[in-house]
Design a binder for this molecule. Sequence first.
Ligand code: GMT
Length: 370
Amino acid sequence: MNIAILNYHRIGGSGIVAYEIGRAMAEDLGHWVHFIGLEPPFRLRDNFLDRITFHRVEVKEYPVFDYQPYALALASQLSEIILKNEIDVVHSHYALPHAIAALLARDITGRKVKCVTTLHGTDITIVGAHPSMANITRYAIEKSDVVTAVSNSLKRDTEAKLGIRPGKIKTIYNFVNTRDFNPDLKKIELSQCKDTVMILHISNLRPVKTPLDVIKIFYGITKKLDLKLRLCILGEGPLQTEMMKLASELGIGGLVNFLGSYNDLGPLIVTSRLMLLPSKQESFGLVALESMACGVPVVASRVGGLPELIDDGINSCLFESGNLDEAVEKSVNLLKNPDFYLKLSQQAVKTASTTFSREKIIHQYESVYR
Ligand code: GMT
């Protein structure tokens, strides 16, 4: 099949999922994949992969436009790509603007190309459900041939918030590539983390991730455990300065490292002992899955799709959203009890490599395409 994939190129779960689907379609299943966007998906930038092409969208800058019309430029250039490459399926990640651009491009070509849309979370819970965007998001969903959501929680939220009929949206869980995320990866020697227990948080440090709570939970752990501890923050975002300020107010500034953004996360994850994810909302929590695949248990809030992935006390831990005392208690309990830790770590790897493996999930997408 010839598959076109539309996604956001910035670092984030939806771009990773889009890239990994394209990669698996080309590498494992022999399809031809065309990524289309302003920039290549960031994991593609370091790699050349056979049967994968990137098409850059050009947007004409014109002073009369208040906003450059990216969605229209995408639709127009996608219509050419559809015709030239005999595209069978356009897979849009995010209803807006990608699914709309795909529907428009199909109309322009008059071809019977199929439109598949995957919902990732914030496109519905934050943007799509806003009154200014609700109608067009509903239209994108209703007119797509198949719509998938990355968890049952997101599927239910979308049906409720946008009044979508049950049966229209199908859940296909996110997945992890266990070649890149597994417990046997070589650990990184971080001089600042030598002989210490490293606790990790990975996110875009936006309010929805409650990154200030990460600092507070870590502070609580340091008060209860007589261990050399470090908190490493991977990712960049608007709350970084506030996090630094809070850490120094609490007297733990020297124990918190901000490492910035990286592509190859596996070696950093295996170097750490625990992942903290206290998000306010998380439609799936890809980073939790990647951590579990590395055998690093997660302490996460019981929100959105996280309970579909995390079985509390079996493969990681969940706490009630906002209950930081519970988060501290569960983290301390894990770090203090090696047998319990090992049990959770092994079960986390098992969950990731069975229920959420690339091999299992990618066939679900392929059968949707077929
Ligand atoms: O979490 C973010 O802010 C980024 C966002 C994205 O669009 O990349 O992540 C969403 O999609 C991911 C991939 O499906 C999910 O794993 C994340 O849970 C979801 N984020 C939220 O729902 C907040």
